[in-house]
Every structure is written in C-alpha cells, then in structure tokens.
Design a protein around this ligand. Structure first.
Ligand code: APR
Length: 235
C-alpha cells in the first residue's frame, strides 16, 4: 500500500445521521435563524443574550446522551489508526462527535461548542453548561466577557497554518458532508488539486463537486465506511 498523508475535511453532513441538523438543508439551522442575528461579532455586541441563547441550545443538543458518533465518524478513526501515513481530520463542525469517536489528529477550524473563551484574559475553558452575560471567567473572574469558542462569520478560522501545511503535504484530500459554500474550507480542494487526489463524499453534489477527481454520493454512514475499506484494501 503506497503511504501518503491524507487530509479529510468534514462538514455538518457527517453529523446528520447522529441527529444534528445541517445548516443549508431545507430543515437546516439557517432556515430558522439568520446568520446576522446569531453568528457574527456584531450580533454578539448588539444582543449577547440572544447569541448565548442560540449556542446554549446547540450546546445542550450535543450533551444529549442520545447524540453519538455514527459509522462515518468511526470509519475515519479506523482509517487514522490503520493507515501507514498521517491522517488529519479538519472539521468545520463545532460538535464533539469526532472527539468522542477518538479521532487521533483533529482540528476544529470553526471552534467548538463544548468550549468557551474569556475575552478579558483569553482563557479557553471546557464548558457544557449554559453561558450568560454575567458568567464569571473561571480564570480571571471577570463577568460579562465570556463568549462561545466559535469562529463567527467575519472572524479568522483556527489553525490555518497547520491546515495549510497538511494540505501542502497530502497525497489525498477527501471532503465529507459539506456543501462547499463557506471559505476558506471550500477553497481547500482548489489548493490541492493536481497535486493530490481529491474525492468528494456527500449526500448530493456540492457547490464545488466539479473540482474533485471523484465524487461519491449517498449517506455518510454508508459511503464513508465503504470508502475507508476501499482505501485500506489498496484499491
Ligand atoms: N450524509 C452525507 N452528506 C449529507 C447528509 C448525510 N446524511 N445529510 C446532508 N448532507 C450534506 C448536504 O447535502 C450538504 O451538502 O451535507 C452538506 C451540509 O452542508 P451545510 O449545511 O452547508 O453545512 P457545512 O457545509 O458544514 O457548512 C459549513 O457554514 O454555517 C457555516 O460555520 C458553519 O461550519 C459551517 C459552515
């Protein structure tokens, strides 16, 4: 088996069959609430209680014991453990399903629901409770400065240098469960194509599907385990 590093980008589609809503499907999150009202720094400055309410509800949803990693998450862990070269998952998702599945090398480029950040001292804390405008920071004690550790629209995604280095070194780039609408993640395939093999695994063709060498469409819990097995079989 020829060993080359693999970078896997995941989006909300990989968590859909675990029971979490996507963003742009008909029943998606942005069908019932506007990005401008809950997912920008301006929204937080204008109405912090509303933004806290939005993320508190989503943080509670991932704390639901019925919410579990699915076969697609587990297949990526199997791949990372069996593949003879580095496998990095770069997720746009802020849920903790890849973490709970035990993904060895994982970057949350849009932040994490299960963490909060103090804007006064910069400390990041693991957090499963609700957050409010007067929650004190466990590190510095300042009240009123706690925010979700989430990358909002207009903010810089996290770990872009590490992601860029991994994209430069990879021989295979796989995109799973993302509509290809949000940059910089949607631009990764254009960065690597021609230099790495590129494969899209999604329920339906994404916005950038024509940029991929190969596209496999279907539910993640079916097509991701099958694709991982194909890789491990050297096909
Ligand atoms: N299996 C595989 N793919 C699926 C499934 C499934 N069961 N269900 C839905 N999908 C696909 C949809 O067809 C869609 O192309 O997952 C994709 C989800 O797209 P979006 O809802 O746009 O989510 P995503 O691409 O992750 O959004 C990117 O946008 O709102 C921001 O920060 C947010 O990280 C998010 C970013």
């Amino acid at each position: 088996m020829s060993a080359f590093p693999i970078v896997i980008l995941t989006g909300a589609g990989i968590s859909r069959e675990s029971g979490l809503a996507t963003f742009r499907d008909a029943d998606g999150i942005w069908a019932s609430v506007r990005i401008e009202d809950v997912a920008t720094p301006e929204a937080f400055a204008r109405d912090p209680a509303r933004v806290h309410g939005f993320y508190n509800a989503r943080r509670r949803a991932i704390a639901d014991p019925a919410m579990a990693p699915n076969a697609a998450h587990h297949a990526l862990v199997t791949l990372a453990r069996a593949w003879p070269a580095p496998v990095l998952v770069v997720t746009q998702n802020v849920d903790d399903l890849h973490d709970r599945a035990g993904q060895p090398a994982l970057i949350h480029m849009h932040g994490e629901l299960a963490k909060v950040r103090c804007t006064a001292c910069g400390a990041v804390h693991a957090w499963t409770d609700d957050l409010s405008t007067d929650t004190p920071c466990p590190a510095c004690g300042v009240r009123g400065g706690m925010r979700p550790h989430i990358v909002w629209f207009g903010e810089m995604p996290m770990a872009m240098d590490d992601i860029g280095a991994a994209l430069d070194a990879c021989g295979l780039f796989v995109s799973i469960g993302t509509s290809g609408n949000v940059y910089p993640a949607a631009g990764f395939v254009a960065e690597v194509r021609g230099r790495a093999r590129t494969v899209e695994l999604n329920l339906e063709p994404s916005s950038g599907t024509r940029l991929f060498d190969e596209a496999i469409h279907g539910p993640a819990t079916v097509i991701v385990p099958a694709f991982v097995q194909r890789l491990l079989d050297g096909l």
